[in-house]
Ligand binder design. Structure first.
Ligand SMILES: Nc1ncnc2c1ncn2[C@@H]1O[C@H](COP(=O)(O)OP(=O)(O)OP(=O)(O)O)[C@@H](O)[C@H]1O
Ligand SMILES: [Mg+2]
Length: 497
């Protein structure tokens, strides 16, 4: 595909530590966290003005799903905005908890395993042509995803078990995957989920749902993760030969690879050959380089992605992790963990190191260890704070998210009850005029404008609020109103006779 739509869903871990007493259980804390969301949207499943989705299912892992993005930096900005939105909610929840007599600290972690061993996800969504051959997904994409952890894993301090001693692994998620490709999400947790919900024209497109990834803190790692996956998909879509790396046992392989930080663990390819993760990734990288040399770069970050991909593989191959220890999560984290281990003369089985692993993912900017490292110049970034803050409020401009954001903001300004999802737009008073946008690349829609026109004369009545005005609203920034009505509400109460 020339242009592709991307989206990431992040589930967060939540812990409340009481100052004197035990903290509240996570599901209760999650309800506190989502109180402003429910007040704002009367539901714990809402689309917010930046066109992304906030969602609290039963249980305790609040989720943020980015709006549809067709630009990788927009995608990373929207995902990072999600962290700040959750952080904003966490600060308010902490205050509310305190008011109710539950003093203590709330920890919101963008990671994939809690201290009790539960796993939660970071799901990627890629728009792909319906015609993409399923077989190529299992022969090329699956081995790519199984081995991708060596370039994009978040790193993990694994405690000792019956089978092995405590050690540092590439991935948090690898030990929690149970199947290669399947339509189930929770029970068997597959690497690629085939549940067919394209949120697009099902005759043309599919939404590829990848649920194997680790949540990343590092923006550069995210660029590599999404960018390299996009490149592999492009080669699959173009039908070019990419080599056959179909794995004999993808789930055995993903664990085996994760647990061997030297990158030398070999996995068996169907047919008997044995290859290491670095060899498989190098094979795919070389094909991608050739593909780009022949077809040209399709966006401005391709060169950077290829360069970082190569350098990361070199870091694993040579054992010289300093090649990427500011850009790739597992290497940034490992350097920190190793320094602490050395300073205290302890091994990976020491609880302190497990704590550091967790604290790396703390989204709180003034407490999280990743953020601390970034401030100290030990972790690279790609985006300015302004861009991330803007992404908390504004939808991406180049996909239908722009229409959704505009629809939502306008309907709210008029106090008109409405419902939206990825595809639908409806004013509750006009149920017969519900509108669908199946093409995710649409950025304007006359039908929606006409529907919104029925709310009143927008040109003279709506005034866009400045960021300062929106900040002054006393609600989380992501939930602030974008417009105010300059005239009286057109739908005022009916006259009393
Ligand atoms: N046509 C599309 N192609 C690719 N991604 C899409 C498309 N439409 C929406 N997306 C993205 O897919 C993600 C959908 O997230 P959502 O959590 O709603 O889906 P889900 O995981 O299938 O549902 P649930 O979490 O309820 O099981 C979002 O990040 C969104 O931006
Ligand atoms: Mg989801």
């Amino acid at each position: 595909m020339e242009r592709r739509v991307f989206g990431v869903e992040t589930e967060f871990g939540l812990t409340h530590l009481g100052r004197e007493r035990r903290g509240l259980p996570p599901d209760e804390v999650a309800r506190y966290l989502f109180r402003p969301v429910v007040d704002w949207g009367r539901s714990s499943n809402v689309f917010i003005p930046n066109a992304s989705r906030l969602y609290l299912d039963v249980g305790s892992h609040p989720e943020y799903a980015t709006a549809e993005c067709d630009d990788l930096l927009d995608l990373i900005a929207s995902d990072r905005a999600g962290e700040l939105i959750m952080h904003d909610l966490a600060l308010r929840a902490e205050e509310a908890l305190e008011r109710d007599g539950f003093d203590g600290s709330l920890y919101l972690l963008k990671n994939n395993v809690d201290s009790r061993g539960n796993s939660y996800g970071s799901h990627e969504n890629y728009l792909i042509p319906r015609a993409t051959h399923f077989r190529r997904l299992s022969t090329v994409l699956l081995p790519f995803l199984v081995t991708r952890q060596v370039i994009a894993g978040a790193g993990h301090v694994l405690q000792s078990s019956d089978e092995r001693a405590a050690h540092f692994a590439f991935s948090q998620r690898a030990d929690h995957m149970w199947e290669g490709i399947s339509s189930a999400t929770t029970r068997s947790r597959p690497i690629i989920n085939t549940r067919d919900e394209p949120h697009a024209d099902a005759g043309i497109h599919r939404r590829l749902h990848v649920i194997v990834g680790d949540s990343n803190m590092s923006e550069t790692t995210q660029l590599l993760r999404f960018g390299a996956t996009d490149l592999v998909l492009r080669m699959i879509e173009a039908g070019v030969p990419v080599g056959d790396y179909e794995l004999e046992n993808p789930i055995g392989a993903i664990r085996h690879i994760s647990h061997d930080i030297t990158g030398t663990a070999a996995v068996r390819i169907r047919g008997g050959q044995e290859l290491t993760a670095v060899e498989i990734q190098t094979g795919l990288l070389e094909k991608a380089k050739t593909f780009i040399a022949r077809h040209g770069a399709h966006h401005e970050h391709v060169e950077k992605i290829l360069e970082l991909w190569e350098r990361t593989l070199e870091a694993v191959r040579s054992g010289d992790h300093s090649l990427v220890d500011q850009e790739i999560d597992w290497a940034i984290k490992k350097r920190l963990v190793d320094e602490v281990a050395q300073r205290h003369g302890v091994g990976y089985d020491h609880p302190k190191l497990e704590q550091i692993d967790m604290a790396y993912h703390d989204v709180r900017p003034d407490r999280g260890l990743f953020h601390l490292l970034r401030r100290r110049g030990r972790a690279a970034s790609l985006l300015s704070e302004e861009r991330i803050r803007a992404a908390m409020m504004d939808p991406p401009a180049t996909t239908r998210a722009a229409v959704r954001g505009h629809f939502l903001s306008t309907a709210r300004a008029y106090g008109a009850e409405h419902t939206v999802d990825w595809v639908h737009h409806k004013l509750v008073d006009r149920p017969l005029e519900a509108l669908m946008i199946k093409d995710p690349f649409v950025v304007e829609d006359e039908r929606i404008e006409a529907l919104l026109d029925k709310l009143g004369d927008r040109a003279s009545q709506l005034r866009e609020l400045s960021v300062e005005e929106r900040e002054a609203q006393g609600v989380p920034l992501a939930l602030s109103e974008r417009y105010t009505l300059t005239a009286d509400r057109p739908h005022s109460d009916p006259p009393v006779i």
